[in-house]
Ligand binder design. Sequence first.
Ligand SMILES: [Zn+2]
Length: 447
Amino acid sequence: MNLPSDLAHEFERLRERITRKTSSRWFLEKRREIESLAPYDPDRGRERLDHLLATAVERAPYYAALRAHEQPGLRDFPRIRKNDLREHFLDFVTRDATGRMAPGAFFLSQTSGSTGQPVTLLSTAETGGLLNNVIRERFSAFLGLPDSGTVLNMGLLFPGTPLFEPVMLPRPYVKCNLRGYDPDDPGIVADYEAVVGRFPADQITGSSHRVITLARYCLERGIALRPHGVVATYEHMPDSGRRLVEEAFDCPVTMLYATAETGYAAFECGQGRLHFQDDFVLPEIEAADGREVGEIVLTSLVSTPMPIIRYVTGDLAPRPVECGCGLPGTVTEGLVGRTRSSLVGEDGAVYSPYSLLAALAAAGLPDYQVVQNAPGTLDLVTAGPAEPAAACVRDLNTLLAAYFGAGQGFRLRHRPDQDFQFTASGKRNPVVQHLALPDIPERSAYL
Ligand SMILES: [Zn+2]
């Protein structure tokens, strides 16, 4: 290990803290619970489904109409979309006859993801938190990760996330949080120089494009990280990117499929197929007549505080197949249909859309879509009153011009008169990219 002294000190301090905590009663109880749930169990899955559906019908106002049914099955429930969750949040929350919610440690989470449109979800530590830990334990075992160690995390981070932090569950690890590499951001460059290759990483995890960027970073500098597992999430990984990552880290990539609304739902086996964890998150993949690909619809079986039943994810997958690898669950050949949505600057550089989408959401626009037909120019299609949207575009362009300067980056062009564009499958993406994207790292810091 070769960290700068202040970071080395911090790293050791966290490692000692983790070791201390592993003998606490809290940790031992949590570990026991996770281990008891880790074996795949279809019988318990069916019990969870029955309990969820009964609770939803009895206690969630949204499903009150189903009370007329004798014993409604999954197929009797309507499919729901993000919009339903957004518009009927309170009606999804389960309550008893006196209006009281079930006991537990509740937490609210806000998701925005790639749509830029926030959805609020209600979960409990006993349900949502536990589910994610159990699924993570399953793929940790599959990858053969050590019982405790270090993880290099390239996920989407909140502002102010520390560089090192301890994570106790499902396994005690020191987590090193890195932002997406951006050669133009001195803070990010300094962080990478201080930590990448300077301590052994047992696992590398993060969104696909950031893991690819890290692989390129390591290859260019001759840094040899040798993790036990590389787990990429959130978006489809192109084959060329996967080859690059496997070459850089001498380790296969495992894709993890999760949605903000259901948590972790599936991971990839050694044969490259996605195995859903049906006893926690039950998938339906139904291809319409004659089509090979269907929408992924998920039911989160432990979501009783706020049932997520037959949630249309917007992701597509081929019809389920058999896999001989030995892992259980509904199997599909991997995701299709999630395309990269980077933005191309006038200078040819490639930018992540997330800062822009976040800024548009923060400006309070009711509905919008970013369409790119030419480098450097983003058409912003909006719905609703044009003038407030135009004012938002002026403000954002002032910020973008100040950051990028002439001939660099991109500007918005307001198109209130244009219609939203849909994919062949009828999905409306927040970003529609008509340009071919150069295969270079995405920049993230610009707003
Ligand atoms: Zn398999």
